[in-house]
Design a protein around this ligand. Structure first.
Ligand code: FPP
Length: 275
């Protein structure tokens, strides 16, 4: 378990990192960033102040994930429902914040060898935002380190609908619907996340216990970590804590517990120890 602490970590992060088994890091972490509005309300500030503060959390989380060698990180920034159900002023603010973030962070992404991609129905976003998105992803396209995916105007159900449409179109180009092959691999290959491993760990901030239409297909076997921390208070250290919790889990994929006596959780229950 002994490993070298990656450069750039502070004392607390280094201590948390040393608790981790670097050979069993999640290959893909997905995060539902939640609680910006509550963070602002607690401070008697407008909701958008929570979104603005959330940018520092994105920066810290992305940097820490890249430093410790997480291959893929996906952040749920903006759902299809957000777009339809929030006041226009808040939506406009989020779009401006995103554009500013994309412009400001390209250099840092390149310094950390991070490639940027998006999932979601991009064609429904304003053209000016799409332009910034394209510029930022093109500027980082040659990087070979972590893949950072921003879910923007994203809905898992829409993604599955789009996957079926894409499967049907591919079949009709290739001899007709009679040739359409539908199995799990074919569906995965037509999702926005094609080529990415499914997330091993999904983190949700602010204590809410929902998936909120996020990566419903891909999260089938993910470990779920819910923290009461509101997104604007979340930092790289919290990410490391989530990974530590993940490494204590006994992943069974529908099979039996590993280790003769069952999982640590089962053993604790049988011996009556506190959980
Ligand atoms: C959920 O909090 C958060 C969002 C809908 C937006 C997420 C945006 C950011 C973190 C800003 C920066 C992101 C990027 C990629 C630049 P909420 O408003 O639903 O909070 P609440 O549940 O407390 O009201």
């Amino acid at each position: 378990m002994a490993h070298t602490v990656p450069a750039g970590m502070d004392r607390k992060e280094a201590a948390a990192y040393l608790q981790l088994d670097s050979a069993r890091l999640p290959r893909h972490i997905a995060i539902i960033m939640d609680g910006n509005g509550r963070w602002a309300r607690l401070r008697h500030m407008p909701r958008v102040a929570g979104h603005r503060a959330g940018v520092a959390s994105v920066r810290s989380t992305v940097e820490t994930a890249a430093r410790i060698g997480i291959p893929a990180l996906t952040l749920y920034a903006f759902s299809e429902e957000n777009w339809k159900k929030r006041p226009q002023t808040e939506v406009d603010f989020l779009m401006r914040l995103l554009c500013r973030f994309l412009k400001a962070e390209v250099n840092t992404l390149n310094e950390n060898n991070i490639r940027l991609k998006y999932i979601g129905r991009q064609h429904e976003l304003p053209a000016s935002v799409r332009r910034e998105m394209d510029e930022a992803s093109e500027a980082t396209a040659k990087n070979t380190g972590m893949l950072l995916t921003l879910a923007l105007n994203y809905s898992a159900r829409s993604e599955i609908v789009d996957a079926f449409r894409s499967l049907a179109e591919a079949a009709s180009r290739n001899g007709g619907l009679a040739h359409m092959e539908v199995d799990e691999q074919a569906i995965s290959d037509h999702l926005y996340t094609r080529g990415l491993p499914d997330p091993d760990l999904v983190i949700r901030t602010s204590g809410e216990m929902r998936l909120s239409n996020f990566l419903l297909w891909q999260l089938a076997y993910a470990e779920i970590y819910v923290t009461p921390t509101l997104w604007p208070d979340f930092r790289g250290l919290n990410l490391l804590e989530g990974i530590e919790d993940y490494q204590k889990r006994d992943r069974r994929y529908g099979g039996l517990a590993t280790g003769g006596n069952g999982s640590a959780a089962t053993r604790r229950t049988l011996t009556g120890a506190k959980r």
